[in-house]
Structure formats: C-alpha cells, structure tokens
Design a protein around this ligand. Structure first.
Ligand SMILES: Cc1ncc(COP(=O)(O)O)c(C=O)c1O
Length: 127
C-alpha cells in the first residue's frame, strides 16, 4: 500500500499489521502532504511491475489537506481506493469540503493530543 511519508507512524502501522508493505510517497512543498507528481510516478512504476497498491493512505497533516482533487484523479485512473487519514485535520476543509470526506474511508482520531478528544479512540467513516 502507498502511504504519505511525512506523518505519524500510526498511518503506516496498520499497513504492516495487515502483513502488507508500506511504500512511502514523498511530499510536495505547498501543502507538505503527498505529492501528486510523486504518486503518479509511483503508480506508473507499480503498474509496469504489475503490482498496483491495494489502497493509497493520504494523510492531511497539521490541519492542512493534501491536493485531494489531483490525488483522487490519479487513483481513479488506476482504480486504486483512497483512505484519508484526517486524524490531524478534523474541521479543516479543502475547496469547501470537509477533510476526511474525500476518500473511500476517512479516519479521525480522538486521542488526547487531538483537536477534539475523548481521551482515546478514533473513528473510521466508510463513504
Ligand atoms: C496523522 C495521524 N494518524 C493517525 C493517528 C492515530 O490516531 P489514534 O491514536 O487515535 O489511533 C495519529 C495520532 O497521533 C496521527 O497524528
């Protein structure tokens, strides 16, 4: 599975827990989040190897969204679902739409260090 490179380890650990291999996609300078160009290159290479990822885990770090329209377009072209880790972006928006509502799944965290906390726990929303 593909995953953002600039993130907390909790974005990559579930990939390992499933026995899969995280492939880290580099950030771009405007949002610090997943680079659509790097994603496109990695997708192309993966397709040539006949090993497209099962999903792409995009992280929206520090309240700032990745360029979701570009990322969704790329993933759509390759038929790969997007999981959006919005643990650090609850309440923020991208082009007027709430972070965590773009991918197939949106993940929020209510851990003690988050914007809203229940002292622990989190939530996954299937779209
Ligand atoms: C980007 C990111 N993803 C996932 C998590 C994990 O959230 P939780 O501790 O609720 O499992 C965190 C929490 O620190 C995070 O910052």
């Amino acid at each position: 599975m593909f995953c953002s490179s600039l993130t907390f380890v909790a974005s990559a650990n579930p990939i390992l827990y499933q026995g899969a291999e995280p492939v880290f996609i580099d950030s771009e300078p405007e949002t610090w989040n997943m680079s659509p160009r790097a994603l496109e290159r990695a997708m192309d290479a993966a397709r040539q190897e006949g090993k497209l990822p099962k999903a792409v885990v995009v992280v929206n770090l520090y309240g700032q969204s990745a360029k979701m329209d570009e990322i969704l377009a790329i993933c759509g072209r390759y038929g790969v679902p997007v999981v959006e880790d919005a643990a650090e972006s609850l309440g923020s928006t991208y082009k007027g739409k709430k972070s965590g509502t773009f991918g197939k799944f949106g993940i929020y965290s209510f851990n003690g260090n988050k914007i809203i906390t229940t002292s622990g726990g989190g939530n996954a929303c299937l779209r």
